[in-house]
Design a protein around this ligand. Structure first.
Ligand code: HEC
Ligand code: HEC
Ligand code: HEC
Ligand code: HEC
Length: 161
């Protein structure tokens, strides 16, 4: 029996598949992919670095806020919330920047404070946590009323005991 023709057909198909793979790959793989010299993230689309860097930064840090809100910044720096960035409570700068005249987010609700100060087993015991608002108010010598806010007694920017 002569198998030569089978083998030749098989070889032709194999070569076509391999060539097809490299041709398609040439079209589909972006130009800057992997062309990074000795760049340590070699298996990577090089152009994406510049694309990401060109996006506007959503969060800019509290220094930005200080440019226009000097009074709040001074108050904040003097208090126990100095370690909590403005944008943690007020949302990112870019949202404010796009809509400055409409003002930034400002949440005075109990929930906004309890996000950090609610009692959670996993939090360090020395971090100030409130298990029960009514008990907290009465322990502090106050009279509890329904709907009372934390900011009725504490400054959000400069909370002191
Ligand atoms: C270029 C100036 C500018 C910068 C920078 C700026 N703001 Fe403002 N902000 C304003 C203006 C203008 C208003 C609206 C007028 C007003 O109430 O004073 C405002 C309003 C606000 C309000 C609402 C005030 C209210 O009465 O409801 C908050 C909260 C606020 N900004 C937080 C921030 C934070 C946080 C940052 C930093 C990420 C920041 N701002 C950066 C100009 C600025
Ligand atoms: C722990 C959360 C928190 C942090 C951190 C914080 N704020 Fe506020 N901020 C608030 C709350 C809550 C209010 C509303 C106060 C109220 O209802 O009494 C407010 C109000 C404001 C207002 C409106 C003016 C006013 O007195 O109502 C501005 C402007 C503002 N903050 C800017 C800033 C800036 C700038 C920083 C950083 C330097 C900052 N905030 C940090 C929670 C925060
Ligand atoms: C993003 C987390 C975060 C949020 C939200 C937050 N706090 Fe705080 N708070 C802190 C940290 C961190 C401290 C400093 C704790 C320390 O010094 O051990 C602190 C300290 C305090 C203290 C002083 C505790 C002391 O030992 O004297 C008070 C009072 C307080 N916060 C009230 C509030 C109120 C009211 C709100 C809501 C407007 C609020 N916090 C929202 C993180 C937060
Ligand atoms: C009626 C006023 C009042 C209200 C409302 C109130 N507090 Fe207080 N808070 C106090 C007083 C007074 C102290 C000081 C208590 C002390 O030293 O024993 C205090 C102390 C704290 C402390 C310091 C740490 C501690 O446990 O002693 C934190 C944190 C705190 N409050 C957070 C909050 C949060 C969050 C809310 C809202 C859920 C809130 N407070 C509502 C009056 C109040």
């Amino acid at each position: 029996m002569n198998h030569t023709s089978h083998i030749i057909r098989f070889a032709v198909v194999l070569v076509a598949v391999i060539a097809g793979f490299f041709i398609l790959r040439g079209f589909l793989v972006p130009d800057s992919f992997g062309v990074q010299g000795d760049y340590k993230y070699g298996y990577h689309r090089g152009a994406s670095d510049a694309e990401q860097a060109a996006l506007p930064a959503l969060y800019t840090g509290s220094k930005k806020c200080a440019q226009c809100h000097a009074a709040e910044t001074a108050e904040w720096q003097a208090g126990k919330h100095a370690g909590v960035e403005c944008e943690t409570c007020h949302g990112n700068w870019q949202a404010h920047n796009n809509n400055t005249k409409d003002k930034a987010g400002k949440d005075s609700s109990i929930e906004a404070c309890l996000l950090c100060h609610g009692e959670v087993e996993a939090r360090p015991a020395d971090f100030p946590q409130i298990a029960d608002m009514k008990k907290h108010v009465e322990d502090g010598g106050g009279a509890y009323e329904k709907g009372m806010l934390c900011v009725a007694c504490h400054s959000a920017h400069s909370p002191q005991q």
